[in-house]
Write a protein that binds this ligand. Structure first.
Ligand code: TMP
Length: 263
């Protein structure tokens, strides 16, 4: 599938057109940002790892009946995906209190929540993605009541599936962010809601079960060092990267030679 014009460039990904109006290519960059762009860096290898990790997770979710945008991974940094009209909302799920929840409400760090907590943020960089209520969503027409009901249901199911998947490899799924969009369905000839964007250590908080070591973007946000090693550890435990590969030793200029396990 040939890459056409650039349609959109975000902080960590670029979207390109294809010849098919319903399909686009998602390219994973190495750029890392935090606190809405206040902090920026290139983390070599991050794009390659997120491409693989997100492919793995979205493929598994599809097998569990969760419709998502992934068609197939094309190469080290790119995926062919369904084009979707993205809801301007970040759907956050929290199982353990940390991050902005502890700052905003003073909930002690590490508090295990009785049930998953759903939060909504308005996707607007200039406003630092503010937290919003469902009524804001309905008032401003960002999604309908029915759409949010469906998305909440899918989101909680994804939380169940992913919490189990990560627990099985000794990782706690602390919290994460999802994005959804509406995409054309050729079969029903209607638009349908699908999971979009990515699920990776950029968009999840992942703690080692025993040591609570952070294996996600908090290593970057909090200057903990060894960012790529955290992401690599997640890939390794998911079984998509052979034990001996050390991504920090790979030359990404020539890139293509990191060996991943074949499925
Ligand atoms: P927060 O504690 O900073 O609100 O983040 C909650 C979760 O959402 C955490 O797993 C990181 C993820 N997240 C994103 O993926 N993108 C974002 O822009 C923000 C603010 C959070």
């Amino acid at each position: 599938m040939n890459k056409g014009n650039k349609l959109y460039e975000g902080k960590a990904k670029i979207i390109y057109e294809t010849k098919d109006k319903n399909l686009v290519i998602q390219h994973f960059k190495d750029d890392a940002t935090a606190f809405n762009n206040l902090k920026k860096a290139k983390v070599e290898g991050k794009g390659v790892l997120n491409n693989r990790i997100s492919e793995y997770i979205l493929t598994n979710l599809a097998q569990c009946g969760i419709k998502n945008h992934l068609i197939k991974r094309l190469n080290m940094r790119e995926q062919l995906i369904r084009k979707a009209e993205i809801f301007p909302i970040e759907f956050i799920v929290r199982n353990i209190a940390t991050g902005s929840l502890t700052k905003r409400l003073g909930i002690p760090e590490g508090t295990v929540l009785d049930k998953p907590l759903l939060e909504y943020c308005y996707k607007k960089d200039e406003l630092q993605d503010p937290i919003i209520s469902k009524d804001h969503i309905y008032s401003f027409g960002w999604a309908t009541n029915e759409e949010i009901r469906e998305i909440d249901r899918i989101t909680l199911r994804i939380n169940d599936i992913l919490s189990g998947m990560f627990r099985g490899i000794g990782i706690k799924l602390v919290d994460f962010k999802l994005e959804y969009g509406k995409a054309w369905d050729n079969e029903t000839e209607k638009k349908e809601i699908i999971l979009a964007d990515e699920i990776s250590p950029d968009t999840c908080r992942l703690w080692d079960v025993k040591t609570e070591k952070k294996l996600d973007k908090d290593r970057f946000r909090k200057d903990l060092g060894n960012i790529i090693q955290g992401y690599q550890e997640v890939a390794r435990r998911l079984g998509i990267m052979p034990e001996e590969t050390n991504i920090s030793e790979v030359n990404f200029g020539k890139a293509t030679s990191i060996k991943f396990k074949k499925k």
